[in-house]
Design a protein. Structure first.
Ligand code: ADP
Ligand code: MG
Length: 319
């Protein structure tokens, strides 16, 4: 597959007065193929914005390499930046005094697309982002959600090889956030854009991206397809359903052996959720449960979600 974006051992230190420098990004490597939609997921402070700003040429990395469409982005930033459009966190990079259409024409223009040739695409974007009613309104009069949609449309209209989106749904109302997710998901499904999207919200990534690079404390901890990540965790996430209440000593024994196991109960049932590595661990749980007089009603695989997967990985890192 064609690699369009390659990040190699990217490191960024922020220097501070009278204090140790902050290592915001620490030898991060990953690549994105043509028409792939990849999520950069991590908690606040993980290094997502710094990574994206380095790729977008807005800050200079301390060390490492960035290749965009075969061009060395650190040595030849001007040439590389023609291939990237970025939507940065909280920064709606649009012209307040221009209308949505004028903004779109402007951004198409700076990319070198003659207005006559992009008119059809601009009409399509205005339609897609539901900006038709606001065609004669200047951008500063639009709602925050509309401005964010327009900013994304302005990034799209440039039709660059790579699109970088830093927290594109942060701070939006539920409806606009849903709308943007829907548009991005469709774009991804049609396989027509190469997108690197950062978010601290796993639901956004799970919804839109096919692959995810998880970063924590400036380092890559996982780089995998969202689907295989879910499958991997599905295989090990078990849920036991027991008749009645679990005796206190059994609960203690279980917790002693499997510290991350979760117990919950209703009046007539007890549920045990546990990540078990293999059949042996499953038998160990069954053995412990046999010691009491509780009856096992069912054992099933629990459906994992990206949030739990993410927390398990990040927790595992702290050990
Ligand atoms: N300009 C800066 N000066 C000093 N430290 C910074 C600066 N920008 C970010 N940081 C620090 O770098 C780390 C990564 O930040 P950032 O890339 O914004 O993470 P994220 O986008 O994942 O929340 C954090 O510890 C943050 O406090
Ligand atoms: Mg950020």
């Amino acid at each position: 597959m064609d690699t369009v974006l390659q990040v190699k051992d990217l490191t960024k230190l922020y220097r501070r007065r009278r204090a140790e420098p902050v290592v915001a990004v620490d030898r991060v490597s990953f690549s994105v193929s043509k028409n792939e939609v990849v999520g950069l997921l991590g908690p606040n402070g993980a290094g997502k914005t710094t990574t994206i700003k380095c790729i977008a040429g807005l800050i200079k990395p301390t060390s490492g390499e960035i290749w965009l469409d075969g061009i060395d982005a650190i040595r030849r930033p001007g040439k590389a930046m023609e291939r990237v459009a970025a939507l940065l966190e909280g920064n709606r990079n649009i012209y307040w005094r221009l209308t949505p259409r004028e903004n779109l024409e402007f951004f198409a223009g700076i990319q070198g697309h003659p207005v006559g040739r992009v008119r059809g695409y601009i009409d399509e974007l205005i339609e897609l982002f539901d900006l038709k009613d606001k065609e004669r309104t200047s951008a500063r009069m639009l709602s925050r959600g509309m401005q964010q949609k327009l900013a994304l449309a302005c990034a799209l209209v440039r039709q660059t090889e790579v699109l970088l989106l830093d927290e594109p749904t942060l701070g939006l109302d539920v409806e606009t956030s849903y709308e943007l997710r829907h548009i991005l998901k469709q774009m991804g499904a049609r396989g027509e854009r190469t997108i690197l999207l950062s978010s601290h919200d796993m639901h956004v990534v799970q919804d839109i991206c096919e692959r995810v690079v998880i970063i924590n404390n400036g380092r890559v901890v996982v780089d995998d397809r969202v689907r295989s990540l879910m499958k991997l965790f599905r295989a090990s996430a078990y849920r036991f359903e027991l008749e009645g209440q679990l005796a206190e000593e059994l609960a203690l024994t279980l917790r002693g052996r499997f510290p991350l196991l979760a117990l919950s109960a209703t009046d007539h049932r007890t549920y045990i959720d546990a990540d078990l590595k293999d059949g042996n661990e499953l038998y160990e749980v069954l053995d412990i449960l046999k010691g009491g007089n509780t009856q096992i009603k069912s054992i099933g695989h629990k459906e994992p979600n990206l949030e739990e997967i993410f927390l398990t990985i990040v927790k595992g890192q702290l050990k």
